[in-house]
Write a protein that binds this ligand. Structure first.
Ligand code: B12
Length: 351
């Protein structure tokens, strides 16, 4: 499959996406439906999203990744009153496009992957459960914080968190994982189900980022360990809270951290690495389309002898979905969340 990726896929990727978009335009009932579906894709390109998720799933020989994407897409379409037929029609059409564009031998394997992913998708439960549960640690606070965000009450949201830290002495790490992370996941789930708007999601994200900044006096550890870590989201990645949390956890553990945010160009990252010489590099991807970019970046870093001892960890949504993906992109480790990232890093660095 790696062979196919370089020689065939780069050429046909755009062609497949264009054909899917063309077929969609012909099949939709109205311009409004067409726009709604296009808007689901990164950079408003639905065909590209269908193709990119598929190619990543194929490259990693992991049908569960595409099955998971199809489940997500189905729930997004249904909650917007769009017929699930759009999805099945597009998949049937996608299969024909594959057969028309690849030679028979290559097409067979690719179509088989698509069919297996579809079967797997059909057998899985479409229910996405709430990420906020009052029985979980800090579950009540998470619920109150979530309600404040949904009611656009920034002052209350801030007060809830500051009181928890200053009066109840709730540890920052727990707030991060059980409140901020759980609430961000819940916001995403409700956007997926069309129960909240993009504006509400943006508002919530902005408030959480603002409060995280106000917690900084509690984050910078007094005792330093002398270890340096650099953290970034690469490619076209705009999701940055997760990797920021990871960097903050390292900071709390006494590391010197360089958090570079989202969408960091490879060249700039390499320049910073040369200057800071980190012991650990943490790379995050949320959109599956950025996984190949993480892989390419790691390969590029590995070409340099000076980074022989560098530990590279990866994490984020696609790595959580596909258990071996971190190995396949050439990383030294993966963690489900920021707490686990510390554990893995300390194991790797002490070895
Ligand atoms: C906020 C948000 C956005 C914001 C991001 C703003 C910002 N400044 O970060 C904006 C509006 C930009 C956005 C855009 C999009 N988004 Co969005 N977004 C979210 C949302 C609601 C929250 C993200 C977040 O803050 N999570 C909280 C953090 C703490 O969790 P985390 O990232 O998983 O990080 C933890 C671990 O994964 C791990 N980790 C993460 N990185 C690393 C790295 C290392 C090295 C390690 C060890 C561990 C690690 O540790 C972290 C802390 O514990 C998610 C929902 C979700 N489930 O995450 C959707 C979500 C990720 N988005 C989604 C989508 C579809 C999009 C868009 C395509 C929408 C669109 N049509 O425009 C675009 C794509 C943009 C792009 N090119 O990146 C989907 C993805 C679905 C899928 N199947 O892939 C989600 C899941 C929403 C949903 N349920 O449908 N989004």
């Amino acid at each position: 499959m790696k062979q196919l990726k370089k020689e065939a896929f780069e050429e046909v990727r755009r062609q497949w996406a264009d054909q899917i978009n063309k077929q969609l335009r012909e099949g939709v009932e109205s311009e409004q439906e067409y726009r709604t579906i296009q808007n689901l894709g990164d950079e408003e390109d639905f065909g590209r999203m269908m193709v990119d998720f598929f190619i990543t799933s194929l490259e990693h020989a992991d049908t569960s990744l595409y099955a998971e994407f199809l489940s997500w897409l189905k729930s997004v379409l249904e909650s917007r009153n769009l017929s699930p037929k759009y999805l099945t029609d597009q998949l049937d059409f996608f299969q024909r496009v594959i057969e028309d564009t690849l030679d028979q031998d290559s097409a067979e394997g690719v179509v088989e992957h698509l069919s297996k992913a579809r079967k797997r998708w059909q057998s899985q439960s479409p229910v996405v459960e709430s990420f906020i549960n009052e029985d979980q640690p800090l579950g009540n606070l998470a619920r109150e914080y979530f309600n404040a965000l949904i009611n656009a009450d920034r002052a209350l949201a801030r007060k809830l968190i500051m009181d928890a830290v200053e009066e109840d002495e709730v540890p920052i790490r727990e707030l991060y994982l059980h409140v901020f992370q759980a609430v961000q996941y819940e916001i995403g789930r409700l956007w997926q189900l069309n129960k909240i708007s993009v504006a509400q999601e943006h508002f919530s994200t902005a408030v959480t980022q603002m409060i995280m900044s106000q917690l900084y006096p509690y984050i910078f550890a007094r005792e330093k360990k002398g270890n340096r870590m650099m953290a970034a989201s690469v490619g076209s990645e705009l999701h940055e809270i997760g990797i920021r949390m990871v960097a903050d956890f390292f900071e709390m553990e006494g590391w010197d951290t360089y958090y570079m945010g989202a969408n960091v160009p490879t060249e700039d990252l390499m320049t910073e690495m040369k200057e800071k010489q980190p012991h650990l590099l943490a790379l995050s991807a949320t959109m599956t389309v950025n996984v190949p970019r993480v892989e390419a970046l790691i390969a590029k870093i590995r070409e340099h002898d000076e980074y022989e001892d560098l530990t590279i960890l990866v994490g984020g949504y696609p790595f959580r979905m596909s258990e071996n993906m971190w190995k396949e992109v050439g990383a030294d480790g993966f963690a489900l969340d920021a707490q686990e990232a510390i554990k893995i890093a300390e194991e790797k660095i002490s070895n």
